[in-house]
Design a protein around this ligand. Structure first.
Ligand code: ZN
Length: 396
């Protein structure tokens, strides 16, 4: 019999089976019916028939922008993206809590709701240099035994319109960022070749992936989807490139969207969504595109909404996409779990022998019920340790 440190007994799997999970050295060592009762030494915790799910994966966040932990602040920016970009610069440097403190506050909210892996963008601009990156890197270090944090160096204010930002992005990758980003190469920079060549060059020099914010509508966005896919193939970066949002894909003709999906699948370019706006995403997954999801803004300078709850986010995406049948709701769950893990390069993911014991338990009988009702997470485990209980982050 496999040696285990502890058992979680009476766990409901997504397929309905009631099993025990044995954990050894922070990994799942045993999954089986009655496994705990056959062991006479390892302690067992009774999960009481609750559903056990793999830790959730938030594929798109902004830890540096959040106002989490501060008294309520009314939304201050105007209705345009550029107004939000400029308003950030008048608000964020003067908050009573540092980037590290606010990022830490939001990380605790995420962990409390069952997120065990996340990817955050961090603003890199001429005004703040690498200061926000330093704050988020410090928060990542502080909570490294609670959650994994991938950092994307994000040129929120633009690249070519702000000479010096390319050097800062390069420096960011040398100072803790795991990926490099871009933003609306035509609409913001008016220089798609300059921006995309610049950021792909950084990715090639440092062997990192890319995750590019693309809000541009219609044909303008489609042009950049094609340019991103062409460079991904040319640089051999298939599987390491993500387009964030890609709103244009929901605003072009069906045949052009189908062709774009084919191009993305062929190049190995993924798409991350938070289900926003009035646009419906075309059937990218059916075309073989890796689609995953994230919360994006959570109570920050860009949006007053958001709770860090990925099951709630899956419910929003499902509601918006008219996902009603179980199999469709399960797709919404896949976006915040296995698909996210694949995109973030998290190997051995799931409630399966050999995977890290990054798990949550929830009072639900099946995945569709967990998504639709999203009750509080009873227990959250990271590397086999309890990191949250009854919806609350557990301090050391
Ligand atoms: Zn974003």
């Amino acid at each position: 019999m496999t040696e285990v440190d502890a058992f979680l007994a009476n766990c409901r799997l997504a397929d309905g089976r009631l099993i025990d999970i044995g954990i050894s050295g922070g990994r799942i060592a045993v999954v089986g019916e009655g496994a705990a009762s056959r062991s006479n030494s390892a302690p067992a915790q009774d999960i009481g028939g609750d559903l056990v799910l793999p830790g959730l994966v938030d594929g798109h966040m902004h830890l540096d922008k959040t106002l989490t932990g501060l008294p309520w602040m009314s939304h201050a920016a105007g209705p345009t993206r550029m107004s939000r970009i400029e308003t950030d610069k008048t608000i964020l440097p003067h908050l009573p809590l540092s980037t590290e403190e606010r990022a830490g506050n939001l990380i605790r909210e995420c962990v409390a709701r069952g997120t065990t892996h996340l990817r955050t963008h961090v603003d890199i601009d001429l005004e703040s240099g690498l200061a926000k990156l330093d704050g988020v890197v410090a928060a990542r270090e502080r909570y490294r035994d609670r959650v994994t944090v991938q950092i994307v160096a994000f040129p929120q204010s633009g690249v070519m319109r702000c000479p010096g930002v390319l050097d800062l992005l390069d420096a960011a990758v040398r100072n803790g960022a795991d990926l490099v980003s871009g933003i609306d190469p035509l609409e913001i920079d008016r220089d798609p070749k300059g921006q995309l060549d610049g950021i792909f060059g950084i990715a090639e020099r440092h062997g990192v992936g890319l995750d590019i914010h693309l809000h541009e509508p219609g044909e303008m966005g489609l042009f950049n989807v094609q340019e991103i896919c062409a460079r991904t193939k040319a640089f051999g970066l298939g599987g390491k490139v993500t387009i964030s949002h890609g709103f244009c894909l929901g605003g072009i003709t069906e045949s052009k969207a189908a062709k774009a999906a084919e191009t993305m699948a062929d190049a190995g370019v993924a798409l991350v969504t938070h289900g926003a706006g009035g646009l419906i995403m075309p059937p990218l997954r059916a075309a073989g595109v890796l689609v995953f999801a994230g919360n994006d803004d959570i109570r920050d300078t860009w949006s007053p909404y958001g709770t860090a709850d990925l099951l709630e986010r899956a419910a929003i995406i499902g509601w918006k996409g008219d996902f009603r049948r179980d199999a469709e709701v399960e797709v919404a769950f896949d976006l915040i779990s296995a698909a996210g893990a694949q995109a973030l390069g998290i190997g051995n993911y799931g409630v399966t022998v050999g995977a890290a014991a990054d798990l949550l338990t929830i009072a639900a009988s099946c995945v569709p019920e967990a998504v639709a009702a999203h009750p509080p997470r009873k227990l959250v485990f990271f590397g086999g340790n309890v990191v949250a209980r009854d919806g609350w982050f557990r301090s050391r």
